[in-house]
Design a protein around this ligand. Structure first.
Ligand SMILES: [Zn+2]
Length: 438
């Protein structure tokens, strides 16, 4: 049992650094529960002695800490999505032997009419953390660094799951395709996204080849700092469909898994969305996962033609497709960056800051962002070039031969896929979104 001791040591070190934080003399919170955390479900929290925040937008103003009985009382912020102005009681408990989770909490009360009634709420039952929170488990919390950069392990795991044989290549008009749509809608919801069109993140449409069959695009909007989803927005997209099951290759494999095309880009978009939710800008972020891209951009064409300004007023719509290079690409084409627009200038200057160069080209009908460019939306579709840091031409060709299997069953998740290029690409995307949404 070494690990819990280490956690305790870290907590004590933090305590020494933070001796001054007290809401009332002698009644301050324990360091264990102060900082940035993520729960079991990936939701992000920020907790200071005075404020409990469920990022991106729900805030609870802490008025009383009871360290001995392990709870705090807070007033729900006026801008919260529900129960504003009412009172919340949060019971916490340390967790041992559950690393990386170090503590758990239960919202024992969340809409008490008064401070006193919140305080008087029957405490959660800490002896049974799995059902001690009104029959539900305590939410487990792990420390989250302020922004540790792209999470390549999470991106690979997500892309691997989307490219699993069980999802049968996310083929058009299949149950597996719809399953993935619902899964991505749930991921966006967990990040705090709200519907951007109508009342649902799942946006139904039908297209000429199968006019009777409803399928879904997945479109959500992450609120700006302060909770607004209106005004000018930034858009980010990748397509989640692939080719499904078709002619077998020489190995007899007939499942077109679409790991690079475009399971990994979907995961990269989610990684950027995660970082946005933890540090939102003044412009909301629209995240669109389009369907039936492989059938001729049908999902994006359906949405672009469905109404004026279908995604709202966009400062830019950024598209990611066909994976990321295995290494750090230092030359990029910015499809859609010509004629020049503000987001293209920002993308270029952020690329230069990394020692890269970009070449802008006009919009072409090769991506889901194209139909939106025809509506006057500034678009960016970055395409990695042929120069990668630390790679000779021969090494790059070798990596392409090993990992790049465009529209073949061999486009599968491989444990040896280097995530270096993914890290740089996803981090650049985040920096563009972060600056444009500022
Ligand atoms: Zn494709």
């Amino acid at each position: 049992m070494r690990a819990p001791a280490v956690v305790l040591a870290v907590a004590l070190a933090a305590a020494c650094a933070r001796g001054g934080d007290r809401t009332a003399a002698g009644a301050g919170p324990p360091p264990l529960v102060i900082g940035r955390f993520a729960d079991d479900y990936g939701n992000a929290f920020r907790i200071s002695p005075a404020l409990f925040e469920q990022l991106p937008r729900n805030r609870f103003h802490i008025v009383e800490w009871n360290a001995a009985e392990q709870y705090f009382l807070a007033r729900n912020d006026a801008g919260n999505s529900s129960d504003s102005g009412l009172w919340t009681r949060v019971d916490w408990m340390p967790l041992t032997g559950m690393e990386p989770y170090t503590w758990g909490f239960c919202m024992t009360a969340y809409r008490a009419p008064t401070l006193d009634s919140a305080r008087a709420t029957t405490p959660a039952v800490r002896s049974v953390p799995r059902r001690g929170c009104a029959g539900f488990p305590f939410s487990r919390m792990r420390v989250q660094p302020v922004d540790a950069g792209p999470d390549t392990a999470a991106m690979f795991a997500m892309a691997q799951a989307l490219a699993a044989d069980s999802l049968r290549g996310r083929g058009p008009w299949t149950p597996e395709n719809e399953h993935v749509a619902r899964y991505l809608a749930a991921r966006l919801t967990a990040l705090g996204a709200r519907p951007a069109i109508g009342g649902s993140i799942l946006v139904p449409f039908a297209s000429p080849p199968r006019p009777a069959d409803t399928v879904y695009n997945v479109v959500g909007v992450l609120p700006a700092r302060g909770g607004s989803v209106g005004g000018q927005r930034v858009g980010l997209t990748a397509h989640f469909d692939h080719l499904g099951v078709a002619a077998p290759d020489e190995r007899g494999d007939s499942i077109y898994n679409g790991f690079l095309d475009a399971a990994l880009p979907v995961a990269m978009v989610l990684d950027v969305a995660r970082r946005y939710a933890a540090a939102p800008g003044t412009k909301p972020l629209v995240v669109a996962f389009f369907n039936l891209e492989e059938q001729g951009l049908l999902g994006s064409l359906a949405l672009a033609g469905s109404r004026p300004r279908p995604l709202g007023e966009l400062a830019v719509l950024i598209g990611v497709d066909a994976g990321s290079p295995a290494g750090e690409a230092v030359t990029w084409q910015l499809m859609g960056g010509a004629p020049e627009h503000a987001a293209a200038r920002i993308a270029d200057s952020l690329a230069r800051a990394r020692g890269w160069t970009t070449t802008s080209t006009p919009p072409r009908a090769i991506s889901d962002v194209f139909p939106f460019s025809q509506l006057g939306v500034p678009i960016l579709f970055p395409i990695p070039g042929r120069t990668w840091r630390g790679y000779t031409d021969a090494q790059r060709s070798d990596a392409m031969a090993r990992f790049d299997h465009y529209h073949k069953p061999a486009d599968e998740a491989r444990r040896d896929f280097p995530l270096t290029g993914t890290w740089y690409f996803a981090d650049w995307l985040w920096s563009i979104v972060s600056v444009v949404s500022r």
